[in-house]
Design a protein around this ligand. Structure first.
Ligand SMILES: Cc1cc2nc3c(=O)[nH]c(=O)nc-3n(C[C@H](O)[C@H](O)[C@H](O)COP(=O)(O)OP(=O)(O)OC[C@H]3O[C@@H](n4cnc5c(N)ncnc54)[C@H](O)[C@@H]3O)c2cc1C
Length: 358
């Protein structure tokens, strides 16, 4: 019998595992793939996410960007600069392998299981059945991403929303490898990104509008037009799960974290920092529930309020931003507004803290 079983070894799962292991709990970590495995993600980590890691991830950071170029719709491009890092560039297969090794070193029992047959919660434990095996744990954390199987098993209602993003790698010579770019000029209700890595760039496309078709052809055309080359490698697409401000852990012993709980933001599709934070909150709730009278589910709901309030802000900002792009882009370059955002962002503040505290 394990103290905690975690399904999904992405940022949410490994962040939860690490904190549980530090407190001496017996952790089973399950993923459906052997690592390293490919993961559709541009691997950009904001300062607020970077500082959440309990260990130094600099060995897997490929670039630190201090400049962001913004290409608005029908307006001149502008730059956002800071002496501090605005985004840390990683490759997800490297980052996730690095984190997995950290939790295995700490004592996690890692198993690759392709198929979860059923999940049953009893008053005292949770049972995970796979074809031919059964695992019991006092608690289960579902950290299995946007298409979460755990969520499918325990929730009848749809509290989340799926956005979509597509990405690929391209080998080109970039003049400035410390500059990342968001290009809003070519897509309605979304953007193309260009993220510099060590020997290539990652380009991708994200939209909040389900009617906008994000096809590989769109990405090929964009690459050709921008860089004169469409030799894209490793094209991958996947949903990003947002609107988790409506998630309530109804169960006392099964908690969802990260994209499984819809805890990515809808404005730009950032999800890693929320996955880390919610994984850590899920772990803290389980640890606290073992010594008190409040259930892990209730403790988690209380802790999640901070993230959920922030995600609501992002949701409102996304609606405002994409519905009134001309106004948004007029406001952003104004030094008072943009300095406040950049400073708050580089200091790792949440969007709510930036707006209210400056
Ligand atoms: C194209 C794209 C680009 C993105 N770029 C960024 C970015 O630059 N920065 C950023 O912050 N966010 C980005 N995101 C969002 C980010 O990838 C997610 O929000 C983040 O990965 C969520 O972490 P997680 O741990 O919740 O889930 P995941 O990272 O999805 O991890 C889930 C894990 O569960 C495993 N799993 C899934 N199903 C099962 C199962 N049935 N059984 C066992 N294991 C299972 C998976 O193999 C995986 O290892 C991007 C998303 C996409 C699609």
């Amino acid at each position: 019998m394990f103290d905690v079983a975690i399904i999904g070894a992405g940022p949410a799962g490994t962040a939860a595992a690490f904190d549980l292991l530090v407190k001496g709990l017996k952790v089973l970590l399950i993923d459906k793939y052997e690592f390293p495995r490919k993961k559709a993600c541009a691997g950009g980590i904001t300062p607020k996410g970077y500082h959440l890691f309990r260990y130094d991830i600099s060995p897997v950071v490929k670039r630190q960007c201090q400049t962001i170029k913004i290409n608005p719709l029908n307006q001149k491009s502008f730059f956002i600069n800071d002496e501090k890092t605005l985004c840390y560039m990683t490759k997800r297969e490297d980052l996730d392998l690095f984190s997995l090794k950290k939790v295995i070193e700490k004592g996690a029992d890692f198993k690759v299981i392709k198929n979860i047959a059923s999940i049953n919660e009893t008053p005292t434990f949770v049972e995970i059945k796979t074809p031919g095996q059964s695992y019991k744990a006092s608690y289960l954390i579902g950290a299995d991403g946007a298409n979460s199987k755990v969520r499918q098993q325990i929730f009848q209602t749809k509290f989340y929303k799926k956005q979509f993003a597509l990405e690929a790698d391209l080998k080109i010579d970039l003049i400035d490898r410390h500059q990342m770019e968001f290009d809003f000029s070519k897509l309605k209700n979304g953007y193309f990104w260009i993220f510099p890595k060590d020997d290539h760039i990652n380009i991708g496309i994200y939209s909040i509008d389900s009617k906008v078709r994000l096809s590989t052809q769109t990405l090929f055309d964009y690459a050709k037009q921008r860089f004169g080359s469409n030799r894209l490698k490793a094209i991958k697409g996947y949903p990003i799960c947002t609107n988790g401000f409506n998630y309530k852990p109804d169960s006392k012993r099964i908690l969802l974290a990260g994209d499984a709980a819809g805890l990515a933001e809808s404005l730009l599709g950032e999800g890693i920092s929320f996955a880390l934070k919610s994984g850590q909150m899920a772990a803290a709730s389980i640890i606290e529930s073992k010594t008190g009278s409040v259930s892990a589910g209730d403790l988690y709901l209380k802790k999640l309020k901070e993230i959920q309030a922030d995600l609501r802000f992002y949701d409102l900002s996304a609606k405002w931003f994409y519905n009134f792009p001309r106004l948004s882009f007029k406001a952003l370059p104004i030094p008072f507004i943009h300095k406040r955002f950049v400073k708050g962002y580089a200091d790792g503040k949440t969007i709510k803290q930036i707006l209210y505290e400056g």
